[in-house]
Ligand binder design. Structure first.
Ligand code: DC
Length: 461
């Protein structure tokens, strides 16, 4: 990624001279956006169009091509192929540029060109709206100012050296008029960006100003890179080493964890019907159902064999289950999405480290639903129990719930009509009882390993 420095400020503050020198020192490309507006004014004036006739100015834009070229680090502006770098420095063109730059279509015309140059190069870009509009995410923003008198003084000397006959008063009036135009125009007025560093060059020599600009750039970049390293470190340590929480004993089941009668009634009706259908379709049996807690708010951690698994685990439990399902399943078919939602499915984005899913899971448990989790993440084709992920342990530890291990068994890789299915429920695991008393990495590993062991014990012929 390229480094972008935005340098804004009023006319004559010395931006271009200072930016040119600072860019050479830091080996950045210097981009003078004022020269672009000047080139447009130059074209309009040469065409004989009145600069105040906005419609004609806009109509001329398709005839204009502006390109920047660099020889020995110096910027050259090419207007329709002609190098106009020197020609655009007259007071007439300065005033013209101030006028055309207030036309929104002109600014729009130059915006892409400016953004593209910044995308591809390490640049110091000078102008009026660089930090506020063109590069709002610039790495460093500097607002360079000086009093109007000091700026007029400098410009007057410059013009004299070029043999221009303008008086100091004329130059000052000119500067004040351009300041007024630039700060009062409706679109992208000259304004210090909130996060810009202001440098007043009134009492600084040219070399001092260049040094000050370079110092601000280097210090800001250094600080930025230190902040980024720090926050990357914090992010990493947040991930690898979650703040351990003290784990309270498993909460007694409270009324809060009970669902309403209405909800329970309809769920029971639905469960009885689905149970009957499943018994017709499969040769299904349940073992260890005495281990299923009577109330809700428990995790059921199961091995994963088929899409029917959430239903298999839910059929003998009186309390409605929730389960995580791939986000894609909610998008395929509206009726199917409604069906799985009715049975308690909620979406999870796989592989995204979706932390919202942990919050949703805990919410469901708090509301009194049970929650089925498949710690392996994906279905096992050969029936062997794979490695589990720690997410299940984290949810159990934070929500302080019991975890009921579930083993789903059938032969072959796919379920068929009248397949023999045995669903076994093990004794609930209580995190505190297995020595997991916090949510640190070690405790989570203990919980996860115990869950996986218990599931494996339930998977057999
Ligand atoms: O920086 P300069 O004097 O060469 O700029 C000429 C004019 O262009 C000036 O009056 C303001 C305008 N300008 C602008 O509106 N936005 C910029 N990014 C650069 C210059």
């Amino acid at each position: 990624m390229s480094i972008n420095i935005a340098l804004d400020g009023p006319s004559g503050a010395g931006k271009s001279t200072i930016a040119k020198k600072a860019a050479a020192k830091l080996q950045y490309v210097y981009v003078d956006t004022g020269a672009m507006y000047r080139s447009i004014a130059c074209f309009i004036l040469e065409k004989g169009v009145d600069l105040n006739d906005t419609e004609k100015v806009i109509a001329a834009l398709p005839e204009i091509s502006i390109k920047l070229a660099y020889t020995d680090g110096a910027q050259h502006v090419l207007l329709n192929g002609e190098d106009v770098s020197d020609k655009i420095r007259t007071p007439e063109i300065s005033m013209g540029a101030s006028k055309v730059s207030a036309v929104p279509e002109v600014r729009e015309f130059l915006l892409d060109l400016q953004k593209n140059i910044a995308k591809e190069n390490n640049i110091i870009m000078d102008g009026r709206d660089i930090g506020t509009v063109v590069l709002p995410n610039a790495d460093v923003k500097i607002f360079l100012t000086a009093t109007a008198e000091e700026r007029a003084n400098r410009r007057f000397k410059e013009l004299q050296e070029k043999g221009d006959s303008s008086t100091y008063e004329e130059v000052l009036r000119d500067i004040e008029q351009r300041d007024y135009n630039d700060t009062h125009r409706e679109i992208a007025p000259l304004k210090k960006a909130e996060d810009a560093v202001e440098i007043d060059s009134s009492d600084l020599t040219l070399d001092q100003s260049v040094d000050e600009v370079c110092r601000v750039i280097e210090e800001t970049l250094k600080k930025k890179s230190a902040d980024e390293t720090k926050s990357a470190g914090e992010e990493k340590s947040k991930k690898s080493d979650r703040k351990p929480r003290k784990l309270a004993p498993v909460r007694p089941i409270t009324k809060e964890r009970k669902l309403g009668h209405f909800h329970m009634f309809w769920y029971t009706v639905l469960r009885v019907i689905v149970n009957a259908l499943y018994h017709i379709y499969y040769d299904i049996s349940f073992e260890g159902t005495e281990n299923i807690p009577k109330d809700g708010g428990n995790i059921f951690a199961s091995n994963h064999r088929s899409y029917q698994d959430p239903v298999f685990a839910a059929l003998p439990t009186r309390v409605p289950m929730s389960f995580m399902a791939k986000e894609e399943l909610f998008k395929q078919n509206k009726a199917f999405a409604l069906l799985i939602k009715t049975f308690g499915a909620f979406p999870v984005t796989r592989g995204s480290g979706d932390t919202a899913v942990i919050d949703t899971s805990i919410e469901k448990l708090e509301k009194g639903r049970n929650l089925t989790i498949f710690p392996e993440g994906t279905r096992s084709k050969d029936g062997k129990v794979g490695k589990g992920k720690t997410g299940v342990a984290l949810i159990a530890a934070i929500a302080q719930t019991k975890v009921v291990p579930v083993g789903i068994n059938f032969k072959g890789s796919k379920l068929k009509f009248r397949s023999k299915v045995v669903v076994r429920f093990g004794k609930p695991i209580i995190p505190e009882e297995i020595g997991a008393t916090s949510t640190d990495t070690k405790a989570l590993k203990i919980i996860k390993n115990t869950i996986m062991e218990k599931i494996t014990e339930l998977v057999h012929d």
